[in-house]
Design a binder for this molecule. Structure first.
Ligand SMILES: Nc1ncnc2c1ncn2[C@@H]1O[C@H](COP(=O)(O)OP(=O)(O)OP(=O)(O)O)[C@@H](O)[C@H]1O
Length: 610
């Protein structure tokens, strides 16, 4: 399942059946994963929760003493001890409440971080196809929100609501103790509350899924606009961009208001029930006083307990409705974590001592639901051969190099490095077998040195300096205030396009992979730098196989052969001269580009290959 499919399954219509979310199973899983590792702090929390419940009940009960002993009996000495008792109980209650609140926040933060890490780690390991359709901002939003929601379910159920339930038990005990008959009237409230909660929960569950998608949409529209700010300004796309963002925010606002309206419906309902029971009690109490001589203290204690019970009861009922949203989002989080990884490198074969040869044996590949992007492609490259891969746009060049790196597995056939099928390689062998330098070099925030070291963490200073020289980075670094330790900024934005490509080349060379893939890797360099860098790279890596996907004819002087791709087929693999002499597609591709060349600048004389 891809991110897009997950997203689509989230865009539910409010009337859709939501039975795929089993509240109990999800809540149980969240609790099982969160509480045992934090059992010490949770035991402390349980003690404090019991304290809150006991002292609240004691406070309600103490009103009986206040009325009977102080006001009715008028005893001054009793007044001192009752006052001391009330102050003591209140102080203990406050302390327990404070401690419990702090613990709830600590639990919340720690569980939230745990799920954010878990989901992020699970996503990083997913296949490339998982990310193909989803926007990164929306995925990141899911990571952030899902973690918080998972924590919210656990803390609400195991702390907030449990505290309220324990408090209710304490207060109901006081009520039953004071007046068992009247307490029974409160029992009639339960089926009504249950009915309300289940009805509202079902409605929340149905709309909560689409809230997650809408939130992701707001983020992806916003981040996309900022990432493409130059395009937005240059094409005057501001009005459309503002409109799209405004629509996304409006849709989210409508959905949140919908949820808020449903959640808030519990409050007036509870208030009405509370008022009803209180009215009944006033009638009953006046009859009891006249007919059976009950003391005012007993009534006061009952009413105090009833009134004190009102808030926790309201919170529990509202919490049960609220929690639906969090449970739905937690379910999405678990489903994202569990999307199977098809391309796990579970093999054990290493490539040590093996040559850097590359074979495609009858390889076909098609993206899900699309026509084949590669059709029965077969070739063999000996170690040390350098090849340019050319072809019209959409010919299958990128797909081919993606398969060399096992970003995808072939639908048919096999890709082999050093004679070994990539599917049989161990994780390390697979990742170390290839190094990619792409047109859009991605640099992580940090220093130039740190980015180069991403190629191989244990490289020595000497090895770093060697690749720095090879990638012609030395003169760039010499001009920087902090040299190799200069910060590159977010996504390397503090460097020019050409400088970024040099850092990318140095990083790839440090990796010491058997196959190095240059995917338009020198497009931002001037002709002279390109020639010098490629000259050095080719010269110092005679045993490696270099693959160049490039539109630049300058590449031709470094390659032994050219691979011509068209419509997913490998049309021919030969020298540039032979292809020009024998292959009309290649010739037309080459000549067409050469004709277009003069308007495009200095490369016109050589022409450009597609
Ligand atoms: N992630 C994807 N999902 C679905 N189809 C894809 C995907 N990536 C590429 N394709 C399709 O596969 C075919 C080959 O695309 P590929 O990117 O390999 O071509 P290319 O030769 O590298 O093109 P270009 O020179 O324009 O980059 C195209 O028809 C393309 O639409």
């Amino acid at each position: 399942m891809s991110l897009k499919q997950l997203g689509q399954s989230r865009q539910m219509n409010p009337n859709q059946n939501t039975s795929d979310v089993d509240n109990y199973t999800i809540a149980k899983r969240l609790i099982r994963e969160s509480i045992p590792p934090r059992w010490k702090i949770y035991v402390l929390s349980l003690i404090l929760m019991a304290g809150v419940a006991t002292f609240t009940a004691a406070l309600a009960w103490s009103t009986k003493l206040i009325v009977n002993e102080v006001f009715v009996a008028g005893s001054l000495t009793k007044a001192w001890s009752v006052a001391a008792l009330v102050v003591g109980v209140s102080a203990a209650l406050s302390l327990c409440q404070y401690g419990n609140d702090v613990i709830a926040k600590v639990l919340n933060r720690s569980i939230s971080s745990m799920y954010q890490r878990k989901l992020f780690n699970a996503l990083i390991d997913k296949d490339l196809s998982f990310f193909a359709a989803g926007h990164p901002a929306s995925t990141m939003q899911q990571v952030f929100i899902s973690g918080r929601m998972g924590a919210s379910v656990v803390v609400k159920l195991c702390n907030n609501m449990l505290t309220d339930v324990l408090t209710l038990i304490g207060l109901v005990t006081v009520m039953v103790w004071q007046d068992p008959v009247m307490s029974l009237t409160a029992v009639v409230m339960f089926p009504l509350i249950f009915f309300l909660i289940t009805t509202l929960s079902k409605r929340i569950k149905a709309i909560a899924k689409s809230e997650a998608t809408l939130l992701g949409k707001v983020h992806s529209v916003g981040v996309e606009a900022f990432q493409g700010i130059k395009t937005v300004k240059s094409y005057q796309l501001e009005p459309g961009t503002k409109g799209r963002f405004s629509d996304a925010v409006q849709a989210l606002e409508d959905r949140i208001l919908n949820i808020a309206r449903i959640t808030a419906a519990t409050m007036p309902f509870m208030q009405m029930l509370g008022g009803l029971v209180l009215g009944l009690y006033v009638l009953y109490a006046s009859w009891q006083t006249v007919a059976n001589g009950k003391t005012p203290g007993e009534f006061t204690a009952f009413i105090s307990a009833f009134l004190l019970a009102y808030q926790p009861a309201e919170r529990v009922s509202k919490g049960l409705v609220d929690i639906q949203n969090a449970i739905v989002l937690s379910d999405i989080m678990f489903k994202m974590m569990e999307v199977p990884v098809k391309l796990k490198a579970t093999g054990t074969t290493t490539l040590e001592g093996r040559p850097a040869s590359l074979d495609f044996d009858n390889v076909s590949f098609n993206y899900e639901g699309r026509i084949p992007a590669l059709n029965n492609v077969s070739f063999h490259l000996d170690a040390g051969q350098n090849v340019a891969i050319v072809g019209r746009s959409g010919a299958g060049k990128t797909t081919l190099i993606d398969l060399v790196q096992r970003f995808y597995d072939p639908t048919h056939g096999a890709v082999k490095i050093g004679g070994e099928d990539l599917r049989s390689l161990s994780h390390d062998a697979l990742r170390n077998s290839t190094a990619l330098i792409s047109q859009e070099v991605f640099l992580f925030e940090g220093t130039i040195r740190e980015n180069i070291l991403d190629g191989r963490r244990d490289a020595t200073e000497e090895e770093i300096m060697e690749v720095v020289r090879e990638a012609q980075l030395a003169e760039v670094i010499a001009e920087m205030p902090m040299g190799l330790d200069t910060q590159v900024g977010a996504n390397g934005n503090a460097l020019s396009g050409g400088q970024k490509q040099r850092v990318g080349i140095a990083r790839a060379l440090l990796k010491d992979a058997k196959i190095i893939i240059f995917d338009e890797a020198t497009s931002a360099l001037d002709g002279e730098s390109e020639r010098e860098i490629l000259g050095r790279v080719v010269e110092s890596n005679p045993d490696k196989t270099l693959l160049f996907v490039s539109h630049r004819p300058a590449i031709l002087q470094w390659v032994d052969k050219v691979m011509l791709m068209d419509g997913g087929h490998l049309m021919a693999m030969d020298s540039h001269e032979n292809l020009m002499a024998t292959n009309p597609i290649y010739r037309s591709l080459f000549n067409l580009e050469a004709e277009e060349g003069p308007e495009n600048g200095s490369e016109a004389a050589d022409g450009t290959i597609g």
